[in-house]
Design a protein. Structure first.
Length: 216
């Protein structure tokens, strides 16, 4: 991109930190130095839920991180997905986790129409591009369930997502080590249900990655 064009873009759309929304220092992308340094990262692998080996997450779902996720989901900030995906790919590299293809937890067609995009698809696409891996559509949402945030205990969370998803593309899934991407892991009920469906469709193994994780 030409320098003049970049200068114009910066003038029209000043680049802001996705977490604190402060203006970014020159030559920084996505995060300001303070947020990069001070935001507490999730350490190690998360073992929560079933049908997948573990989940890798970047930050805890709280404060500026939860606000950023909400801006991506409900505030039209679709470009945040590039940042979330890049940070997930960084964490995956740190943990040394490998897979053959990247897939995602889809939103329903109705929600995608209302929102204009599927945020987990956009995050997964960025993860796949950063890791140089194929992006694979493997699931579709077949039942509209109330948002998981409204379900308090883990049994009702599991019941809420049961049979809400179906597999697609079984030939591409069979025998594969897949990485399933979503924006947030809370109880792990949604990821578990998606991985159950993918296992039944013949996936060899699954692990998950999210931008944010609720504290236990
Ligand atoms: Zn910041």
């Amino acid at each position: 991109m030409s320098k003049i064009l970049q200068w114009l873009l910066d003038l029209l759309y000043p680049r802001k930190c996705v977490l604190c929304t402060g203006l970014l220092e020159k030559d920084r992308v996505y995060l300001c130095d303070k947020c990069r340094k001070d935001t507490e990262k999730v350490k190690g692998k998360i073992h929560r839920g079933s049908f997948f080996t573990h989940c890798i997450s970047v930050y805890y779902y709280e404060k500026d991180v939860s606000s950023a996720v909400k801006r991506l989901k409900f505030g039209g900030k679709a470009h945040y997905a590039l940042c979330f995906g890049a940070l997930i790919a960084e964490r995956l590299a740190e943990e040394g986790t490998t897979c053959e293809a990247v897939t995602w937890v889809p939103v329903s067609a109705a929600r995608k129409r209302a929102r204009g995009y599927d945020q987990a698809y956009l995050i997964a696409k960025a993860v796949a591009e950063c890791m140089g891996l194929p992006l694979l559509k493997s699931l579709k949402k077949i039942r509209h369930n109330p948002p998981q945030a409204r379900e308090k205990d883990s049994a009702s969370r599991r019941a809420n997502v049961l049979n809400a998803y179906a597999s697609v593309n079984p030939d591409a899934i069979r025998g594969k080590k897949l990485l399933l991407v979503d924006d947030v892991i809370t109880s792990g009920a949604t990821l578990s249900e998606c991985c159950r469906i993918l296992k039944m469709a013949g996936a060899e193994s699954l692990y998950c990655a999210t931008f944010a994780a609720a504290r236990e």
